[in-house]
Design a protein around this ligand. Structure first.
Ligand code: NAD
Ligand code: TDX
Length: 340
C-alpha cells in the first residue's frame, strides 16, 4: 500500500507518519510538505533513514507536481497540509484560501485522474462554527465557519464532497477537535503556555478565558484516521473527539500547577475577533460504526505533553527564535496594550 501524506512535517502530520510506519511496517509513505514556517524536518528525523518513507518538499497548490507524485502508484491520499492557525488567518486570509481551498482542489484533481482508492480530507470541528452552553457538533450540524481559517477549511471540505458526488471519487472527511501533544508549534495555546510559563513570561489569555475547547491527544487522532482509511464508508464524514471539554483557564491553570509556576503570570489581553465560544464533538458515529476509542484521557495526555516539552526544550527554543519571534511581536504587541 502506498500513501501520499501531505503536511507530514507539521504537528499532526508528522505524528501520523510516525504512527503509520509503526502500525503498518509494509506501507510506503510519500510525505509531501512545503515546509512553511510550521513545517519542520526535525519532527521526522527519526525516520530519515527509513526506506519506507520518502520526503518531498513541494506545495500542494503545484498541480503538475501533485499529478506526478500521485501518478507514481499512490493508492491513498491523506491531506493534512493546511494553514492551520486562526490568528494568522485574521492577519493574512489569502494564503489560507490558496492552500486550504486551491491546494485541496489540486490534490483532488490528481487523485481523480489516477483513480486512488481513498482520499481522506483532514478537517476540523471549527467548520461547524460555535456552540452555546449545550449541545454537541454532529456530522449533520450545518457548516457555519466564523474565521477565515475555518471558512477556508469548509471550502476545502465542500470541494471534497463535490468530487465524490460528481466524479465518484472515494472520499472521507474527518473533523477533529483541538489536538495537543508532541511537536505542536508553539503558537497554539498549550505549547504557547508551556513555553511562556517556563520562561516566566506573561501568558496571554483572550477575552475572559472561559472559551471552551474539546481536547484530544494527537495519537488518538492518528488512530482514528488510520481506521477511517481502512474502514471508512466512502462519502461519509466522521467527527473525532474524546469528550474532553475544558475552558482555556482550566488548561492554563493545569499547566501552571504542573510546572510549579504562579497564576500571576496569567494576563488578560485583547479578545480574538470572531472568537468561537465553545466546541464540543459528538464522536458517537466513529465510535459505534467504526469501533474507534481514544486511549488517552486529558489528565494523562497533558502530563505526557508537558513532560515532552520539558525534555525537548531545544526543539521549541530553536523554532521560537528563528521562526516565531517576529510573528509573536506583530500578533501580540497590540493585544498586550492596556494590560498590566
Ligand atoms: P501545522 O500548521 O502544524 O502543519 C501544517 C503542515 O502543512 C506544515 O508542515 C506545513 O509546512 C504544511 N503546509 C502548509 N501549506 C502547505 C502547502 N501549500 N503545501 C504543502 N504543505 C503545506 O498544522 P496541524 O495542527 O498539524 O494541522 C494539520 C491538519 O489538521 C490541518 O489540515 C488542520 O486543519 C487539521 N486539524 C488540526 C487540529 C489541531 O488542533 N491542530 C484539529 C483538527 C484538525
Ligand atoms: O495566545 C492565545 N491565547 C488564548 O487565549 C492563544 C494562541 C489562544 N487562546 C485561546 C483561543 C482559543 O479559545 O485558546 C483557545 C485555543 O486556541 P488555539 O490554540 O489558537 O486553537 P483554536 O483556535 O481552538 O484552533 C485549533 O483547533 C482546531 C487549531 O489551531 C486548528 O488548526 C484546529 O482546526
Amino acid at each position: 500500500m502506498k500513501l501520499l501524506v501531505t503536511g507530514g512535517a507539521g504537528f499532526i502530520g508528522s505524528n501520523f507518519v510516525l504512527y503509520m510506519l509503526q502500525q503498518h511496517r509494509d506501507y510506503e509513505i510519500v510525505n509531501v510538505d512545503a515546509l512553511t514556517y510550521a513545517g519542520n524536518l526535525e519532527n521526522i528525523k527519526a525516520i530519515e533513514q527509513n526506506p519506507k518513507h520518502t520526503f518531498v518538499k513541494a506545495d500542494i497548490c503545484d498541480a503538475a507536481k501533485m499529478d506526478e507524485l500521485i501518478g507514481q502508484g499512490v493508492d491513498i491520499v491523506v491531506n493534512f497540509a493546511a494553514e492551520s492557525h486562526v490568528d494568522r488567518s485574521i492577519l493574512e486570509p489569502d494564503v489560507f484560501v490558496k492552500t486550504n481551498v486551491l491546494g485541496t482542489q489540486a490534490l483532488l484533481d490528481a487523485a481523480k485522474k489516477h483513480n486512488v482508492t481513498k482520499f481522506v480530507q483532514v478537517s476540523t470541528d471549527e467548520v461547524y462554527g460555535t456552540l452555546g452552553e449545550t449541545g454537541l457538533f454532529t456530522e449533520e450540524t450545518p457548516l457555519t465557519p466564523n474565521s477565515p481559517y475555518s471558512a477556508s477549511k469548509a471550502g476545502g471540505d465542500l470541494l471534497v464532497r463535490a468530487y465524490q458526488e460528481t466524479f465518484g471519487l472515494p472520499v472521507n472527511i474527518t473533523r477533529c477537535s483541538n489536538n495537543y501533544g508532541p511537536y505542536q508549534f508553539p503558537e497554539k495555546l498549550i505549547p504557547l503556555i508551556i513555553s511562556k510559563a517556563l520562561n516566566d513570561q506573561p501568558l496571554p489569555v483572550y477575552g475572559d478565558g472561559l472559551n471552551i475547547r474539546d481536547w484530544l491527544y494527537v495519537e488518538d487522532h492518528c488512530s482514528a484516521i488510520d481506521l477511517v482509511i481502512h474502514e471508512g464508508v466512502n462519502g461519509e464524514v466522521y467527527n473525532i473527539g474524546g469528550n474532553n471539554e475544558r475552558t482555556n483557564l482550566h488548561i492554563i491553570r493545569t499547566i501552571l500547577e504542573q510546572l510549579g509556576k504562579p497564576e500571576s503570570l496569567i494576563t488578560y489581553v485583547q479578545e480574538r475577533p470572531g472568537h468561537d465560544r465553545r466546541y464540543g464533538i459528538d464522536p458517537a458515529k466513529i465510535m459505534t460504526e467504526l469501533g474507534w476509542k481514544p486511549k488517552h484521557n486529558f489528565e494523562t495526555g497533558i502530563r505526557e505533553t508537558i513532560a515532552w516539552y520539558l525534555d525537548n526544550k531545544e526543539w521549541w527554543t530553536r523554532i521560537q527564535s528563528v521562526k516565531y519571534e517576529p510573528y509573536y511581536a506583530k500578533q501580540y504587541s497590540q493585544r498586550f496594550e492596556g494590560t498590566q
